[in-house]
Design a protein around this ligand. Structure first.
Ligand code: SIN
Length: 275
């Protein structure tokens, strides 16, 4: 029976776990849901293989972990506004998410996480990297931890989604979100400290100019992307990654020109973050 055969194994030193013995298409037994929640809080991202999810089942899965955030900017699956399409067609040269970021940090209550389901992956490439912001924070010196502990940072959607791109995006005029969050957050579920700035959406430290902010942000970005804080997920059709946006960054590798990659993403609402 699902629930008795669950196994979980870490896939990297700092981040990521693969879970087997779970059929995500069915309502999860309490034990399975609790195991996924705990793995998310501890390991930042949980991977599943060989799943078969209809859009309704994907939505049903997400609702077991919270309210769904209907994405404002991505094209949606036909008839399912809850599902954002993360697509790259053979004619596209740019992918979506091809740089280190964490989703929705421009919202005052940033998303808890996302559940990404691989519908069609290229024969080679199209992997996703994840990095642990717990590990990035822990490896800083006590002096820098103390400095960062007193800072907040401004995050914005404007420079990313406010520019008109192609038909994979919509609502550029709705990209007016700015939010201020602590640079070091206490994760609401694990209680661990995590670094909470990211190259995709963070624009400056609160009260600092862009120029003043840049050197320290650049240092933090290269520090947080150190290979020992990361893992790499090689997708197959039917794979699922469920990540926590508060404790990880992710990066979709764009190394499959001329091939199609189609993912369905559902994002789950989160809460305001405290230091
Ligand atoms: C994303 O950035 O949300 C998508 C990641 C991916 O497609 O691997």
């Amino acid at each position: 029976m699902q629930g008795n055969s669950i196994q979980i194994r870490p896939v990297g030193g700092a981040v990521g776990a693969e879970m087997t013995g779970v059929d995500l298409s069915e309502p999860l037994p309490v034990q399975a849901r609790d195991t996924i929640r705990k793995a998310l809080a501890d390991r930042g991202v949980v991977f599943f293989r060989d799943q078969s999810l209809t859009p309704e089942q994907h939505i049903g899965l997400a609702r077991q972990f919270g309210e769904i955030n209907v994405n404002r900017f991505f094209a949606q699956a036909d008839g399912y506004p809850e599902i954002a399409l993360v697509a790259k067609e053979p004619q596209h040269t740019k992918n979506i998410g091809g740089g280190w970021h964490t989703d929705h940090s421009y919202d005052q209550s940033p998303a808890l996480g996302s559940i990404l389901y691989a519908r069609q992956v290229p024969p080679i490439g199209g992997d996703t990297l994840f990095s642990s912001m717990y590990a990035a924070y822990d490896a800083l010196s006590d002096g820098l931890k103390q400095t960062l502990g007193g800072l907040r940072a401004v995050h914005s959607s404007r420079h990313v989604f406010g520019v008109v791109r192609d038909d994979r995006f919509r609502n550029a005029e709705a990209a007016v979100q700015d939010a201020v969050h602590p640079v070091v957050i206490t994760h609401p579920d694990s209680g661990q400290k995590a670094l909470y700035v990211n190259p995709g959406f963070t624009v400056r430290f609160d009260g600092w100019t862009d120029d003043e902010s840049k050197p320290l942000l650049e240092f933090l970005y290269s520090h947080a992307a150190r290979p020992e804080f990361t893992c790499r997920f090689v997708w197959r059709n039917g794979s699922v990654a469920f990540w926590d946006n508060r404790s990880t960054w992710h990066y979709a590798v764009n190394d499959y020109q001329g091939e199609r990659r189609l993912m369905h993403r559902i994002t789950i609402e989160g809460c305001e973050l405290g230091g």
